[in-house]
Design a protein around this ligand. Sequence first.
Ligand SMILES: Cc1ncc(COP(=O)(O)O)c(C=O)c1O
Length: 415
Amino acid sequence: MSQALNTLALHGGQAIFPTPLKRPDWPAVDQDTADQLRELYLSRDWSFNCPTEQEFSKQYAADHDAKHGIFMANGTVTLESALTALGVGPGDEVIVPALTWMATAMAVHYVGATPVFVDVESSTLCLDPAKTEEAITPKTRVIIPVHIFGSMADLEAILVIAKKHKLSVIEDCAHMQGGKWDGKGVGSWGDIGSFSFQQSKTLSSGEGGICLTNDDKLSELIFRVKHIGYDMGQKQGEAATAPPEGLICHNFRATAFQALILKKQLADLPELLKRYNKNRQIIEEQLTAAPGFRLQACGRKAALQGYYGLVFIADQEPLANVPRALLKEALDAEGLTIAATYGPVYNHMLYNMPKDSYRMPQGGCPVAEHQGTARAFFLPHQWLQVDEESAAKIGQMFVKVALNAQALMAATPSV
Ligand SMILES: Cc1ncc(COP(=O)(O)O)c(C=O)c1O
């Protein structure tokens, strides 16, 4: 490296991206879908499990190796519907990882049950199976592993524990569209899989979600929960059979417009994930020269890794004690603004639940709080669409900052 390239941009050197890298456009749009949306609009067939919605749900389930797909308004009500269908309610406990978006825990509150926060693994930042087993009590009914950011929870280990203790498993796959664990789609391993199609996700229709299951009875119950009690074959206004007594049913429907927007994205997903994984590999190769930085590990049996984002963790020497804000400043100056991960649910400003409405281990969840938050950087998945040269340069930003750790600390009087 030349002297200019050796010196951090923060200290007057030349930035890795002298012109800030342009963030790839997201979500993807295409003229064909725009034309089909117009046709759908003119057809007036916009909701109530219409053919567009049925087709998408079927294809999405098939692509994830599941038998049934129940399309919904978002990836929070999918979790709530899953819990309701499993009969979870007041007095029950549900294990959720400490490191997840609040929705995973809020869905548990919505059904009146108690979320129990469990720490995550340092490598994958997903639910730690050993700590999960320690947290089980006679009140535990369900485990919700979350396939977080760019990794998959250890499904095998979690399913063994669930079977041993007669618990159900809901996979929160909001971040893991198209992921395959050991060759089989995520969301089809547990009793129910829950996905989100919110604006920032890998497949996006602005808002939306889907539940997957291989269980016919659960499929019927989830459908009834989302469609004010109607069964799947029944037309609006023509209820023929009643939902089970006491099953709380809602209007959690999404529209056909959302299903149509997702159709092309779903067809393109395998190619997108190929690109994401290729660029991850390029960045990871670069990181071998960046002492102190590591990537969140892929799932142990990830046959095809999906991504909500790529997480870089600075928890090793020589970076372990360099303040994250300082690292961020140095990385940003190289031409790409890097974000933070969201922290443990129980520390989130918007999580306003009283302390006696959830449980967490004494001493908190140190891995979620440290490696998953205080030492983590988040690169949203859209960036993984860049060309391979740019991907290599993203890796080089981290190399440059890591190799200048000493200079960074020395030049910062307040540290
Ligand atoms: C892990 C996780 N679970 C659930 C959700 C909820 O999805 P939605 O925003 O579609 O309600 C999100 C959304 O951001 C999420 O990140």
